[in-house]
Design a protein around this ligand. Structure first.
Ligand SMILES: Nc1ncnc2c1ncn2[C@@H]1O[C@H](COP(=O)(O)OP(=O)(O)OP(=O)(O)O)[C@@H](O)[C@H]1O
Length: 410
C-alpha cells in the first residue's frame, strides 16, 4: 500500500523502511539487460533510497554533467518496485519516441527508463533503476518566485501536464501525486519540464480493463494532502479524473500562492470537506477574479468526469490555450518564471503598462475561493488580506483603486 498523505515538499519515509547504504563513486552496477552503469556522486535522497549521478560504464569518472541518474533502494522496499513497474511498462525510450512522433510533439515530459536490476554489496541486496537526469524542481522555483508563478507559465505548465497525463493514462497508469516538487526541469533545456516520482502511480486499467469504484477506509487521503483528489480522500484508487483534479489544485496554488485549506493540512477531514464543498457548489464557487475564466472552465470540465471517464484532453487544452490568448500570449514553448512577461499573473485586464508594475508591489488582489467558505481568504497574490464576507454573495471582480485592488461585486 502506498504511503499515506503527506504535505508537499516534505519527506515522507516511514521509519520502518531501510535506507540504502551510500555507495562510493565508481561503483559499477549491471542491469538485467547486461548493461553496466557507473555511479557518480549522490545527488538526492528520497524517503526510501538514494539517487546517484550515473553514466554508461567506461574508464572515465562520472562527472557533474552526467546524463543519467540511478535510484537505489534496499530490494525489499516497495516503492521503487512499484515505480519500476510503471517505468518498465510505460516509459521505454522507443514507446515515448513513437508517441511523440504520432502526436507530433517536440518533447514529452515523461522520464525515460534505461534499465534496472539488483545489486549485491556487503551481503545486502539493492534494487536500482536508471533514468534520465534532470535539473531543479519547480517547488524551488515557486519559492524563489515568492510563491507565485506568472499566468502564462501556469497555463503552459498545464498544457505540458495534459500531454504527460494523456500519455501515461493511455499507457494504463495514473500518477496520483502531481505537484511542483515532482516536476523537474530538464538538465540542459530550461523550457522542458518532466513529471517524476511514480511511487504512487496506479495501474487503473490493466490490459484495458478499468478498475471499479470502491471506497476503502484504510486508504483514505493517500497522496499529498493539499493536492490529493476527492477520490483519494475517500480511499478510492485514483483514476484519470483524479490526476486532472490534482492538476487543477496545483494550477490554483501556482497562480494564487495558496489553496484555501492550506492552513489546516493536518486535518485531513477538513481538507476533504473543503474540496467536497467546492465540488458540490454551482459555478463561480471558484471566484478567482473573473479574468481567471480558464481555470474555472477547467475545473468545471473536470467536475463532469465520472470515475471511469476518459477526459477530453483536447478540450482541456483548448481551455488553457484560450486563457493564453486572452492575455495576448501563445504557447511558445518558453517557460518564463519571471513575472515581467506578458500575462505575468492574475492581474486585472484593466491594468496595463506602468500601472501593472506599481500594482504588483502594492496591491492586495483578493482571490476569493468557494462560496461555501465563511471566511473569505485572499491568498496573497501580493500581500495576504483575509476578510469576512457572506458566503452567498455574487462573484467578485478586482478593480485597481489607488495603491491597491479593491474587491467589488461584479
Ligand atoms: N531523474 C532525476 N534527476 C535529477 N534529480 C532527480 C531525479 N529524480 C528525482 N530527483 C531528485 O532527487 C531527490 C530524491 O528523489 P526521489 O524520487 O528518490 O524521492 P522523493 O520524491 O523526494 O521521495 P520518495 O522517495 O519518498 O518518493 C528529489 O529531490 C528529486 O527532486
Amino acid at each position: 500500500m502506498p504511503p499515506k498523505a503527506k504535505a508537499a515538499g516534505k519527506g515522507r519515509g516511514p521509519e520502518k523502511r531501510k535506507l540504502a547504504e551510500e555507495f562510493p563513486p565508481g561503483e559499477v552496477l549491471t542491469d538485467t539487460g547486461k548493461k553496466s552503469w557507473k555511479l557518480g556522486a549522490p545527488i538526492g535522497q528520497g524517503g526510501f533510497g538514494l539517487l546517484y549521478l550515473a553514466d554508461k560504464n567506461s574508464s572515465k569518472t562520472v562527472g557533474a554533467g552526467a546524463p543519467y541518474v540511478i535510484k537505489v533502494e534496499p530490494s525489499d522496499n516497495g516503492p521503487l518496485f512499484s515505480e519500476l513497474k510503471f517505468y518498465m511498462r510505460a516509459a521505454k525510450p522507443d514507446q515515448i519516441q513513437s508517441w511523440m512522433k504520432s502526436h507530433k510533439t517536440k518533447y514529452l515530459g515523461v522520464p525515460k527508463y534505461w534499465g534496472s536490476g539488483l545489486h549485491e554489496k556487503g551481503g545486502n541486496r539493492y534494487r536500482f533503476m536508471v533514468m534520465d537526469r534532470f535539473g531543479t524542481d519547480l517547488q524551488k522555483k515557486f519559492e524563489e518566485s515568492g510563491r507565485r508563478f506568472p499566468r502564462k507559465l501556469v497555463l503552459q505548465l498545464g498544457l505540458r501536464l495534459l500531454d504527460i497525463l494523456e500519455y501515461i493514462h493511455e499507457h494504463e497508469y495514473v500518477h496520483a501525486d502531481i505537484k511542483a516538487s515532482n516536476l523537474l526541469l530538464s538538465h540542459n533545456n530550461p523550457n522542458q519540464v518532466y513529471l517524476v516520482d511514480y511511487g504512487l502511480a496506479y495501474r487503473y486499467s490493466p490490459e484495458g480493463i478499468l478498475k471499479e469504484y470502491k471506497e476503502d477506509p484504510k486508504r483514505c487521503h493517500d497522496g499529498t494532502i493539499e493536492f490529493t483528489s476527492i477520490d483519494a480522500h475517500k480511499g478510492v484508487s485514483p483514476c484519470r479524473r483524479s490526476d486532472l483534479e490534482i492538476l487543477g489544485y496545483c494550477m490554483v496554488q501556482w497562480l494564487c500562492s495558496k489553496l484555501p485549506w492550506e492552513d489546516k493540512l493536518q486535518d485531513s477531514l477538513y481538507v476533504r470537506d473543503s474540496k467536497l464543498r467546492l465540488k458540490s457548489n454551482p459555478p463561480n464557487i471558484y471566484c478567482f477574479l473573473s479574468f481567471l475564466d480558464e481555470l474555472q472552465k477547467f475545473v468545471e470540465e473536470v467536475k463532469t468526469l465520472s470515475y471511469t471517464d476518459k477526459p477530453a484532453y483536447q478540450k482541456l487544452r483548448s481551455i488553457l490555450e484560450a486563457g493564453l490568448k486572452s492575455i495576448g500570449a501563445k504557447d511558445d514553448d518558453k517557460l518564463e518564471f519571471s513575472s515581467s512577461v506578458n500575462g505575468g499573473g492574475p492581474l486585472s485586464s484593466v491594468e496595463v503598462g506602468p500601472q501593472r508594475a506599481q500594482h504588483r508591489k502594492t496591491c492586495c488582489c483578493a482571490v476569493m475561493v468557494a462560496s461555501a467558505f465563511k471566511t473569505w481568504h485572499a491568498p496573497d497574490l501580493f500581500e495576504a488580506r483575509p476578510f469576512k464576507r457572506s458566503p452567498f454573495q455574487p462573484p467578485l471582480m478586482c478593480l485597481p483603486v489607488k495603491s491597491h485592488l479593491k474587491c467589488k461585486n461584479a
